[in-house]
Design a protein around this ligand. Sequence first.
Ligand code: IVH
Length: 693
Amino acid sequence: MYTASQKNNLLATAKEFALRELGVDDIETLKEILNFADWTYYVQDDPLLADVEYDTLFAKLKKIESHHPELITPDSPTQRVAKGLNTEFTTVNHLVPMLSLENSYDAEDLIDWDRKCRELSGDENIEYCIEPKFDGASISLIYENDNFQRGATRGDGVQGDDITTNTKQIRSIPLSAKLSASNIKQIEIRGEVLLTKEKFKIYNDKLIADGLAPLANPRNAASGSLRIKDSTEVAKRGLDAFLYHVSNFTLIENVVVPEVMKTHYGSLHYLEQLGFKTSIQHAKVVQGISNIIDICSEFEAKRDELPYEIDGMVIKVNRLALQEKIGQTSHHPRWAIAFKFKARQATSKLLQVEYQVGRTGSITPVAKIEPVYVGGVTISSLSLFNDEVIKEKNLMLGDTVLIERAGDVIPYVVKSFPELRDGSEHEIVFPTHCPVCNETLYKPEAEAVWRCTNINCTAQIIERLAHYASKDAMDIRGLGDALVKKFFESGYLHHISSIYHLPYEQMKGLEGFGEKSMQNLQAAIEKSKSQPLHRLLFALGIRFVGETTAKTLARNISHIRDLYTMNIEQLCTYEDVGIKVAGAIVDFFSHPDNIHLIDELEASGVNLQNNMKQVIHGGELSGKTFLFTGTLSMKRSDAEAQVEAKGGSIIGSVSTKLNYLVVGEDAGSKLEKAKKLGTIHILSEQEFLDMMG
Ligand code: IVH
């Protein structure tokens, strides 16, 4: 869509624009630059402008538009920003019905379908186009006179909901496209809106951290997101859209249909050229159904490698004239078929619900089911998250339940089948008391989970001990969950500080725990005393304080006791610390038991200071940014710690803000981007180690 020289010109102009005062005469170029930047970032996954440059230019455009509102055009990047809430979604008609697809499940189905296509078309050598079947929510887009006009959900296929405002939040969907250059006046395009696995995980991790049930899968997350009333919330989800079908177009005058629009592949190519994100990257045109069958297996084997979910392949007759000859039913086109990958769903029986007590006292119901093989693993136990989920899914003990395990997503219960009940099922009674210590459970108003508030609850103590010793906390090798439990039950461990007073003499002869293991454990415990402060802060298990927050806190203090006197306001000045997190920190350090614990740890020789603070400020890498990519032979967190120890900092993505990219094996897109930017020092792991001395 852009030639290399156009790209270079736009980039050079962008740099120049960022530096000077802009006026009305610059507005068209400015809009073009920002739309170009959106395209490189969201469609090409290859950002060329740094975030600050984009933001500066965006602010300049807004300023000019505020003085000259008559110059605001529908394709201005400022027009994505939503005003107010969507009160309701109006129903709109699709220009042509959004048909569904017929499904096939094996080679035989495909061979049958191919035979029918050949019979109906009279063509023995049909060209097929095969592409991934995206597992998201379908969408229809209308562009008229080069501008995006309307986005709609599929609805019943004839009518859908008008979701134009929410659609504009999907940045890979362009607000304008030069259709007029090919004499196209109006076009209706279909595609799939989805959430990448990465974005989905980030979103779900946040829900889980808040004690809420995560969303079932990226597909549900995408369709739910399209119907959110607050469009700014839609923007935050970071949805993506792949377009795969031109369902209708009208021409400006009575000119002939553009050549590219005569095949499906051609239309994908055309959309790609216009700046849309399409399925063409993975689309192939082939003849012969056996080739199609091979490609289906190939993709099924590598579906987990894709950054988004696909649930099959779609095979389409490539020539549009042949499509017309083959025709359609009222439900689906006969010229296309979906090949569905093997289900990652299976049914099982819900046998029992157990209740786990977490380190913060949260009570998680866990379903025990008849073991079932799904998505490559056998599942016999899966989280139900909270009591609301049990109610919403209408679950009873003895129910037949549908289980899904998609890609990296944690397995979950999709639904029960109440229609299969025979009267032998039992209600699931959520406990009113802690299953371990019998304390009355309590559900804080703003939370979704029940809690045991007894901080001396055995289950919580064991969980806290295991967390303290875990790899990302104090990293006490050998003191895993099982051993913590064993030591606790044998009376050797009572609370965190007793880790440093284990009666090794007495423990001799403990089953499965020989002399060598004891020495190793002792050494690991000794070593943990000098762990950096951020690890201790994370290890203490302060609510909402994860590894990142612990690092932020540690960076800003000299000694753990600095936190004793800080109030919510002061804590909130730190990056990413909000009222909730700050409140939890203040609460933790106001508890005498916790202060006592810290005193005991100090007496045992555990480091409570930020030993790196001095170094960080004047460190030799002060002001320098690093990013690690690919597989390193050293632990990534150790490498990062080395950088931080010398005053450098770690950033999350490749941009002009990055100084050094350290490349391990199988480095991918980050390395490519860094090379393109040309301003980043690229180091091998050895070069990095040499640099660190
Ligand atoms: S073509 C008239 N291509 O799958 C042809 N559909 O199960 C219309 N889908 O409703 C559809 N990826 O929402 C087509 N590459 C792809 C697709 C795709 C996902 C969805 C679409 C459709 C559903 C049918």
